[in-house]
Design a protein around this ligand. Sequence first.
Ligand SMILES: C[S@@+](CC[C@H](N)C(=O)[O-])C[C@H]1O[C@@H](n2cnc3c(N)ncnc32)[C@H](O)[C@@H]1O
Length: 300
Amino acid sequence: MSQMSVAARLIWEALYLKYGYDFRGYSPASLSRRLEFCMSRFGYLSETELLAKLLDDPTFIHQILPHLTITTTELFRSPDSFRRYKESIFPVLKTYPSVNIWIAGCSTGEEIYSLAILLHEEGLLERTTIYATDINPEALKRAQQGIYSSSIIPDFVKNYTAAGGQSQPSDYYSTDYDLVRFKSFLKDNVVFFEHNLVTDEVFVQTHLVLCRNVLIYFEKELQDRALNLFAKSLIQFGFLGLGDKESLSFSSSAPYFTTIDARERVFKRNSLNLSGTTEMAELNPADKELDGGKNQTTHS
Ligand SMILES: C[S@@+](CC[C@H](N)C(=O)[O-])C[C@H]1O[C@@H](n2cnc3c(N)ncnc32)[C@H](O)[C@@H]1O
């Protein structure tokens, strides 16, 4: 923040003080890019003009908010990670009668449909509730619709196969001219809602949290807050999947996680409870298998 112009800093302060959206802990580089984009998108020549608009017109927040975050995503993004979830995490999820998954920063929903497809193929979808959250209301609306341009199909087919998909990709969507609509059974158990990792709290106990390609936009302190939320939300031996440029080694939450796969950024919530003492709970049988019978202690 300190490297920004005064007007730019005031914009982020105004967003927080007037509208409650706190971007102040995001990385300065990403904030500057967002501001530049918004100025050109809405035709403002200076940051001061944009600030005045934000202060004077309370409806402007609804127009600008969808453009303040980067929503780039794709189906089966980083397919090797999905393959890892399928091979290492799903066998453990199968040992639970019901499963809660939180996809934090789900953007326009491609990650949700990707995971739902693999859960379906493993017979897990029906017993799973997916909590799909994002700060961006426009992205969430699109996620809920599950309608995308048909131009995504070639990459979808390639990534789905690389992720270990076992069916025909076309089983999961219908086409409508140049659009594809994902089948509604994939979202029957998905709950979509706005949740801000900066200001909101944990809302459910989960067996798996995916928060991929979100923390890269945050400064360390904010990443730490989000990772703490995930440590609180995950049950003992629950799993966390991060994006391929993200880590938790620096975080105050690191002691609560064991690394399962450093390359694919898969971590497991260990038995340390949040007050810092080790719980002597029984390992889930599938968990022993995953650990090779050992209690891993490393984290990354
Ligand atoms: C680059 S997308 C990643 C989408 C998807 N997880 C993936 O890996 O393809 C980042 C998403 O994080 C969301 N996001 C940014 N800040 C957030 C916050 N404070 N709380 C919740 N979501 C946030 C953005 O709106 C955006 O949809």
